[in-house]
Design a protein around this ligand. Structure first.
Ligand SMILES: [Zn+2]
Length: 396
């Protein structure tokens, strides 16, 4: 039986993606089309972009489905009881040139509720926790800022005050000691700002006559050039601007507001399509649902990052989020052959740099950047050479 098979994976050419020459997605798939944008590479069994087994030409889910026992396993909670070959996680590469929509993803029960109520806009009943690991410098918005930072921004933006409630303006003027409940205050301020018509024009006009721009003001101007007049721009003053260096990671759990702005990353998520958008998009937005569900807990930039676990000397980092659906290891054997711990889960392994081999039993595959392999559960895997792979799997 083949314990390792190579995959051909699906590219998504969204308008926000980088062009060939800049995009890691284009580099990994050897695409050089001049006018196309190469936004995402999808590795998994998602129906809108399923991977194909190179050897047989089958959809990966069909190939797994031929022998569920040995190709999918049954130990991991996210897999047990599955009657088809669909993987519970989706691994992606994102190459971002322009800001993506401001969004949150629902918790599991809420996703089922939304899907039952509005299947057109919420296409499946699953939750969609996500994790982004930077491959190049990667930036975006993630989670609400500490209250004092929000208050400082709002104090500086007096042009907004006449459009807010008296109660909110009083708190802005009196400062942090007048905030009784931080989460309730942030929620109320967010709701007033996101529902405010023409908020981007109001702020933009004030910035045009100001000579002293803050870092958030400069970010506002930069993203405004990509999404002129967009009602979500004002959230730049409420949310943390997070910059990840290569290897750094952020995890987006249920109801955590986020938007990706630029850079390349490895992204892993539960296989789902449920997104609730509040701005920076021309797609369907559901501000009312978002306001009700959004997690307004304030936190620092540092608190948005997920620190990987160091193991096996210096050659493996494990990015383990607080959900069972997935985890990702970054492995670089550095010319010392490395035998990886057997996993109860199937794995999807992507090479991002260097070259070498991945082997298990009689199966040996040469890999170089952009090569993707599927590894069946409960087998010992050996990696040899000088390269980096990211491998996604379900947690036991
Ligand atoms: Zn998201």
């Amino acid at each position: 039986m083949s314990q390792i098979v190579k995959l051909t994976c699906s590219v998504q050419n969204y308008a926000w993606g980088k062009s060939a020459g800049e995009s890691l997605v284009a580099e990994f798939t050897k695409n050089s089309h001049k006018t196309e944008r190469f936004a995402e590479l999808w590795m998994g069994t998602h129906p809108r972009g399923h991977s194909v087994v190179k050897q047989t030409g089958q959809k990966l889910s069909d190939w797994i489905g031929e022998d569920l026992n040995s190709r999918l396993g049954s130990v991991c909670p996210a897999i047990s009881g599955k009657e088809n070959g669909d993987l519970p996680f989706l691994l992606k590469i994102l190459s971002i040139d322009k800001a993506l929509s401001l969004q949150v993803h629902p918790a599991k029960e809420h996703a089922a509720e939304l899907h039952a109520r509005d299947p057109e806009h919420y296409p499946d009943p699953n939750h969609k926790p996500e994790m982004a690991i930077a491959l190049t410098v990667f930036e975006g918005l993630c989670g609400f800022k500490p209250v004092n930072e929000i208050l400082d921004s709002m104090k500086a933006h007096k042009e907004l005050h006449s459009h807010l409630s008296k109660e909110t303006v009083d708190i802005i003027n009196f400062g942090k000691q007048s905030v009784i409940d931080e989460i309730s205050f942030i929620k109320k301020l967010f709701e007033e700002l996101i529902k405010l018509d023409k908020s981007a024009d109001i702020v933009k006009k004030a910035l045009e006559s100001s000579s002293d721009l803050s870092a958030s003001d400069k970010l506002f101007n930069r993203i405004h050039a990509q999404h002129p007049g967009d009602g979500g721009l004002v959230c730049i003053y409420l949310l943390n601007h997070v910059t990840l260096q290569p290897g750094e990671c952020m995890f987006l759990g249920a109801n955590k507001m986020h938007a990706y702005f630029s850079g390349d990353c490895v992204e892993c998520m539960a296989c789902s399509d449920n997104v609730i958008r509040a701005g920076l998009t021309v797609k369907f937005m559901d501000v009312k649902t978002l306001v009700n569900m959004v997690d307004c807990t304030p936190g620092s930039v540092a608190s948005q990052k997920l620190t990987p676990i160091r193991t096996k000397g210096d050659n493996i980092r494990m990015y383990v989020p607080p959900v069972k659906d997935f985890a990702v290891d970054r492995v670089w054997p550095n010319n010392k052959p490395l035998t990886l711990v057997n996993k109860a889960s199937p794995q999807i392994m992507l090479c991002t740099e260097g070259s070498g081999t991945v082997s298990s039993g009689d199966c040996v595959e040469n890999i170089s950047p952009g090569d993707v392999v599927f590894v069946v559960p409960h087998v010992s895997v050996k990696v040899t050479g000088d390269f980096t792979v990211f491998t996604a799997y379900c947690q036991d």
